[in-house]
Design a protein around this ligand. Structure first.
Ligand SMILES: [Mn+2]
Length: 301
């Protein structure tokens, strides 16, 4: 059983692992959950061998109660002692993708999946990192363009953005064929729907001086894409609230200011929060988003 993240890097990592460990069943936590809930755990209880990739699951240890666990990852993480834990971060090394960890560790041939993992996770910025040499080597060898890599990563990411968990799982079995990704009718349809929706939402954003704010309601997993469009398009800090049927989400992105202190503020309120210097993502119980959104708006104004 291979348990993986729902994004391009997770899909490509699972596909690479199947080359090594054989075709097998795969699983992803519910989209948006960085942990296994009770339903997930009981579904996994039938497996005595589980490989986790591209996810730092809060409760991975629980799998060791019934399975041999191996982890291939690149996130900031603490060592899971009961598992075979392969993550260069544990030795202080930062890798742009889990696909690159797997590529090196298992000495696999270089193909598009290794590149897609990196492009999916870090985008164009990969061309400013030392790993750009690997990207260039692949593009030269294959005759493909960097733009094709970007398109394929967006297409694979469209499944989780549309909240299609089964489609994410299915994508693992076509990810070894780059043309199958690029020509997939269903993925293209997803992408079209998402682009239209993002464009419509971005046009609703309100410019209030130092800040651009947006309150929206969508079930799709696009808050980060919407905030990025607003922040980069307007050149201002973007603050976005999404009120979903089961939870509220807040996303803050600044093109120039360090906003990471708001991660701790959100955590101190008991909310789920994460991010980096320039981005903050917060998940709140349904109905609690508005108050925190107004507080952030005031503080940032
Ligand atoms: Mn990743």
């Amino acid at each position: 059983m291979i348990l993986h993240h729902w994004d391009t890097d997770g899909i490509c990592s699972a596909s690479l692992l199947m080359d090594k460990y054989g075709k097998q069943e795969n699983f992803t936590p519910k989209i948006g959950n960085y942990f296994l809930d009770d339903e997930d755990l009981s579904a996994l209880r039938n497996y005595d061998r589980i490989i986790i990739t591209d996810m730092n699951l809060a409760n991975a240890r629980e799998l060791c109660d019934f399975a041999d666990v191996t982890i291939y990852d690149h996130h900031i993480a603490k060592r899971v002692e009961c598992a075979e834990h392969i993550n260069p971060y544990l030795d202080g090394k930062s890798y742009p993708s889990a696909t690159l960890v797997i590529y090196e560790k298992l000495e696999l041939p270089l193909d598009h999946r290794i590149i897609l993992g990196m492009v999916g996770d870090v985008g164009k910025k990969i061309l400013e990192r030392p790993e750009k040499e690997i990207v260039k080597r692949y593009l030269k060898k294959s005759g493909r363009s960097f733009e094709e890599m970007e398109s394929a990563a967006l297409l694979l990411d469209s499944s989780y953005k549309m909240f299609k968990r089964q489609e994410v799982l299915d994508n693992v079995f076509t990810a070894d064929d780059l043309d199958a990704i690029l020509n997939s009718e269903k993925l293209r349809k997803n992408q079209e729907t998402l682009e239209k929706e993002i464009e419509a939402l971005v046009s609703e954003a309100e410019d209030i001086g130092k800040l651009t704010v947006l309150k929206m309601r969508t079930e799709h997993h696009i808050i980060s894409a919407v905030a990025r469009e607003i922040a980069w398009g307007m050149g201002k800090t973007a603050l976005v609230l999404n009120e979903k049927s089961d939870r509220d989400e807040i996303y803050l992105r600044s093109p120039h200011t360090d906003v990471s202190k708001y991660i701790d503020l959100a955590k101190s309120r008991g909310y789920n929060a994460g991010g980096k210097k320039e981005v903050v993502g917060v998940v709140l119980p349904r109905g609690e988003g508005r108050r925190f959104f107004e507080e952030l708006r005031e503080d940032l104004s």
